[in-house]
Design a protein around this ligand. Structure first.
Ligand code: SF4
Length: 345
């Protein structure tokens, strides 16, 4: 649907009756595109090491010496993938800080996960920026989809907070789309100096890129980061942004993220009421979730019972991945050639 920037800004401002009307229309569009199903994903966190230094993240490079670092090996990832399989979830979501080493570890384990699921699985990755040859390798190994959030479409703010350019981030996303991945992006609400105009640009950028999934999270101040004293992002603006995204692209997969729950108890039910249709359940071992410090040690970790209760309160039922498609049996377990890099060990 064609929506102008000023119309999106108007939606982001909605409160009271106007907000209720906005959410109602978003739910109507969601129902038309997806019925009453909500997609469940099972996430496994592969490592908390990261070479980037985002000002809002406790896993930033400068914190590495003080953090308790873990890097899962292939057998440890498989153990968690078996738990996702046993739960009847068909999206295995492998997430990690941005280090080159994950290309090799994840690339080698993907065929094993596919075999476990008899090839009926979406392998969703969130491993950060990589060379095109690495994305191609991971795709050949059986990856289906990739989340690489642009975080903010404001180029100055992006460079200021991430010490990397928005242009580089977008280049990664273009490579992923070009290679045939289903791609997700996402933004943060409540960054310092960010305006509603910037948030409207976040949605329009995602629309222009032609992604398949989009997310939004309210900023969560995390200890031991340069932004630890910056206030929380506004949950109402984040919810309105979910609704606006749903109206712009009814077919998008849009998660109701844990940062909503962390910032406002019941926030994930509200995310679904605003038009979201995805929930991610954490299948990492408890000893690792405490060290994956995405919002600091006391982040809200979504487990199966919370997801079931949230979906029930939102009046939705669990559905499988729309991206699952059986591949030819001959591809299972193929040992593909990894790209030449000394860091694939
Ligand atoms: S937000 Fe992601 S890329 Fe940035 S420091 Fe944290 S883990 Fe690394």
């Amino acid at each position: 649907m064609s929506v102008s920037k000023s119309e999106i800004v108007e939606m982001l401002r909605a409160r009271g009756d106007a907000q209720a009307q906005l959410f109602h229309e978003a739910r109507r569009q969601r129902a038309a595109a997806h019925g009453d199903g909500a997609l469940l994903r099972g996430v496994v966190e592969v490592t908390n090491l990261c070479r980037v230094n985002c000002d809002y993240c406790p896993m930033r490079k400068d914190n590495t010496p003080a953090n308790s670092i873990f890097v899962l090996d292939e057998d440890q990832i498989m153990a968690r993938a078996r738990a996702v399989h046993a739960a009847g979830i068909d999206v295995v979501f492998l997430q990690a800080g941005e280090i080159p080493k994950t290309t090799g570890i994840v690339g080698r384990v993907i065929p094993r996960i596919r075999e476990l699921f008899d090839d009926r699985v979406e392998i969703l990755l969130n491993l950060g920026g990589k060379k095109r040859s690495e994305y191609a390798y991971l795709k050949d190994q059986g990856a289906t989809s990739y989340i690489l959030k642009h975080e903010t479409a404001n180029p100055e703010l992006h460079a200021e907070l991430r010490y990397e350019s928005l242009a580089d981030r977008l280049k990664y996303m273009e490579d992923l789309l070009d290679l045939g991945y289903k791609v997700g992006t996402g933004a943060i609400v409540g960054l310092p100096g960010q305006r509603l105009d910037d948030l409207a640009d976040d949605i329009l950028l995602a629309q222009r890129l032609g992604v398949h999934m989009a997310s939004v999270a309210p900023f969560v101040p995390a200890p031991r980061t340069p932004l630890e004293n910056h206030p929380h992002g506004d949950v109402d603006v984040a919810l309105n942004m979910i609704a606006a995204m749903r109206l712009v692209r009814p077919d998008w997969l849009i998660p109701s993220v844990s940062a909503l729950e962390k910032t406002r108890p019941g926030g994930q039910v509200q995310g679904f009421q605003a038009g979201a249709n995805v929930m991610t359940i954490n299948f990492s071992d408890a000893k690792h979730t405490d060290r994956y410090l995405i919002y600091g040690k006391d982040r809200f970790v979504v487990r199966s019972a919370h997801a079931a209760e949230t979906l029930s309160r939102a009046g939705l039922t669990a559905m499988g991945s729309p991206f699952v498609a059986a591949r030819s049996a001959g591809r299972l377990g193929d040992a593909r050639q990894a790209p030449a890099t000394s860091e694939l060990a």
